[in-house]
Design a protein around this ligand. Structure first.
Ligand SMILES: [Fe+2]
Length: 503
């Protein structure tokens, strides 16, 4: 793929995100904002999605219990945090500007701070006093034309620490440097001149040797880019292949020898984008394609292997490994994409409904026979995380946020350790009024070195007390409850993914 083609793909990708040509009646009042406000009193969970307008200044947490001595460092979480600007509310949960939050754990206790990533879009929208650039699921009327994906980059999905840098990640454009101390926004990360501005997903995987693997999707051109980054942060290799019927692709997995992509049949349609649909609504559900699995050899990216699973939707994969010619992996599966395409729009209007029961799927890909098999573990869950020491290697344990008895509100009320081999579960349920975010495994440095020897840390929103909780669990004894928990009396918007960086 030469540079000219990259430029074309960039423009095509940019085209998918631009808007403004389509005539559409503009309601006098913002319908999403009005609907959300109208549901506030009756739906306490909406507190999680009000969003913020300002950075969150440093604040100490009140600590119950004692932090383990080996657990010092910083927990960073990213997520969409500005859902409304100038009375205009975004139409999808994934639209809002990213805020990187940091919980610092030290001998003095826990402190929290949060800072919006000053992306080009954040600055342009802020200057205008309303959203003037397109987002994933919202095309503002009279949106500004854009020249590339980074014009609409909201840096709101995850963070990664690699090669001595902390990067805020989105999936449609570049990674953004963030100061790990102050959370101040730095420059966009350019891996190589040819790949400047190319999509770099929010789900990189870091091998045991420190190599970072990632991918990026240029929907408009049907291109999948693959990045291999040395432990130093220097690009070792980037390559781009053409993929037919390009899907919405959010995550992938690595094994010792392969890269694995699960392509749900939510397929990009350039015609819809040209007609002015949002990027989200330019995707069409084509269940006849099945859930395609693309496997690439790490050392030979031009020889794709294809497998097919029953049609379904996936955001996240837990892990994958290679067992004598068979790749084994797990992912969180729904039968349709309704949650992504409909329910997360409803959420932004203060409505919750779900007609689906997702499950954890355990998959075998027989590389010789070209056959895929899956079985389901009945856990309605999301945000799978693993011990980082077993990325791409034999593993058993996946940590998830689980929905056990959350009633008529969205989200999760529990944390779960699931053995994907035996199906054995270890769970802690926070309670009726608590909304649980992703929890992250932290290895115990002076421990046994065995998979899962460490802590599970993460945040949750207590709706009744209007507090954020930061909890620390013994990762092998979740059911015992937190061994330490900090609380602070301010509400942060529920976000997406985080990492723990040891001190
Ligand atoms: Fe994700």
């Amino acid at each position: 793929m030469d540079r000219r083609n990259f430029s074309q793909s960039l423009l095509a990708a940019a085209g998918t995100l631009s808007f403004g040509a389509r005539a559409q009646p503009v309601p006098a009042a913002d319908a999403y904002q009005s609907a959300f406000e109208a549901s506030r009193a009756a739906q306490p969970w909406t507190l999680a999605y009000v969003g913020l307008q300002e950075d969150a200044a440093p604040m100490p947490l009140t600590l119950r219990g004692r932090l383990p001595r080996g657990l010092q460092g910083a927990f960073y979480r990213n997520g969409p945090a500005r859902h409304t600007l100038g009375g205009k509310r975004y139409h999808h949960l994934f639209d809002g500007d990213g805020m990187v939050q940091k919980y610092t754990l030290s001998a003095q206790g826990i402190t929290h701070q949060g800072r919006f990533v000053r992306t080009q879009k954040f600055l342009a929208d802020s200057a205008a006093g309303r959203p003037v650039r397109a987002a994933f699921g919202t095309n503002p009327p009279e949106a500004e034309p854009i020249s590339g994906p980074d014009d609409v980059n909201v840096a709101n999905t995850s963070v990664v620490q690699h090669g001595g840098e902390l990067l805020a990640l989105w999936e449609g454009g570049s990674a953004t440097r963030v100061d790990p101390q102050t959370l101040a926004t730095g420059e966009l990360k350019t891996w190589s001149p040819d790949y400047a501005g190319m999509p770099f997903s929010a789900h990189p995987r870091i091998d045991a040797d420190g190599t970072l693997w990632n991918f990026g999707v240029s929907s408009g051109r049907g291109l999948l880019s693959v990045y291999r980054v040395k432990p130093s942060g220097e690009l070792a290799q980037a390559a781009t292949i053409k993929v037919p019927d390009m899907s919405m692709l959010h995550d992938f997995a690595v094994t010792e020898r392969h890269l694995v992509f699960l392509l749900p049949p939510l397929v990009y349609d350039a015609g819809r984008a040209a007609a002015g649909e949002t990027f989200l609504d330019s995707h069409v559900w084509k269940p006849q394609l099945g859930l395609r699995v693309l496997v690439l050899e790490k050392d030979r990216l031009d020889a794709p292997m294809w497998f097919e699973l029953p049609s379904g939707f996936v955001f996240h994969i837990g892990n994958a490994w290679e067992d004598r010619g068979t790749i084994r992996l797990d992912y969180v599966r729904s039968d349709t994409a309704r949650h992504a395409t409909f329910e997360l729009k409803q959420l932004m209007q203060g409505h919750y409904e779900s007609r689906e029961t997702p499950a954890v799927a355990v998959v075998e890909l027989d590389l010789k026979a070209g056959r895929a098999r899956q079985s389901l573990l009945p856990h309605w869950s999301e945000f799978p995380r693993i011990d980082p020491r077993v990325v791409g290697r034999r593993y058993a344990q996946v940590f998830l946020a689980e929905r056990v008895n959350a009633g008529d509100r969205p989200g999760y009320d529990s944390v779960l350790r699931l053995d994907v081999g035996t199906g054995r579960a270890d769970r802690y349920r926070y309670g009726d009024n608590v909304m649980v975010e992703e929890h992250v495994f932290v290895a115990r440095r002076s421990g046994s070195g065995r998979e899962g020897d460490g802590w599970l840390v993460g945040t949750a929103l207590d709706l009744k007390r209007r507090e954020m909780l930061f909890s620390v669990f013994d990762a092998q004894r979740l059911a015992d409850g937190p061994i330490a928990q900090g609380a602070m009396a301010r509400v942060m918007p529920l976000g997406l993914h985080g990492i723990f960086v040891p001190a």
